[in-house]
Design a protein around this ligand. Structure first.
Ligand SMILES: [Ca+2]
Length: 192
């Protein structure tokens, strides 16, 4: 009886080994590849494109600052509408959009582009300027020349506002000379 039991146990162990080897086969055949080391690329989190073409017939948050600004059908680079700005003679003579803290983030590079049209009869230089929460004025586009009577793109391929200068607050599009009537269309501020 004891011998029979021993044989049975040996058979059982052999059977277990065979089953164990069989079940271990797939794991050997398809070893799990270790996950690559954390190589997350450095990307701007929550930085979204911000584009405005005024073709919904609204000023899309822009307003005059010592100037009058309104959506207009008189000229358009795209669609039917642009933003018309009649700048005054005061020191400030801009179109502006305020509370841009959720549109433009500090420490993130963006490209800036806007199309401008005027009929001043001579070149006019334009700036795109950002005012920060520390009241610092930073030029995203500085002194871009716009000839008379031609839709012209003013742009910067990359501009980064350092958070050391404060958080983005307002954005201005401003001619360097006063008393200009101009149109803005197709503003594109895109994270790089
Ligand atoms: Ca348009």
């Amino acid at each position: 009886m004891k011998r029979i039991l021993t044989v049975s146990m040996v058979l059982a162990v052999v059977a277990a080994l065979v089953v164990g080897c069989a079940s271990a086969e797939p794991a050997k055949a398809a070893p799990v590849k270790p996950a690559p080391a954390a190589a997350a690329p450095v990307v701007a989190v929550d930085a979204d494109p911000w584009t405005m073409n005024f073709d919904d017939g609204t000023a899309m948050g822009w307003a005059g600052n010592n100037s009058d600004a309104m959506v207009s059908k008189e000229k358009a680079k795209s669609g039917e509408y642009s933003l018309k700005v009649m700048s005054g003679d005061a020191g400030w003579k801009t179109a502006w959009n305020y509370k841009i803290g959720d549109k433009i983030l500090g420490n993130v590079p963006y490209s800036y582009s806007a199309w401008i049209y005027h009929e001043k009869g001579s070149d006019v230089k334009f700036n795109i300027t950002i005012k920060t929460s520390f009241s610092a004025y930073k030029g995203a586009v500085q002194g871009a020349t716009v000839p008379s009577g031609v839709w012209t793109e003013i742009k910067s391929d990359s501009f980064t506002l350092s958070s050391a200068d404060g958080q983005p607050g307002d954005i201005y599009i401003e001619p360097a000379t006063p008393g200009v009537v101009f149109y803005i269309d197709d503003i594109a501020i895109l994270p790089k």
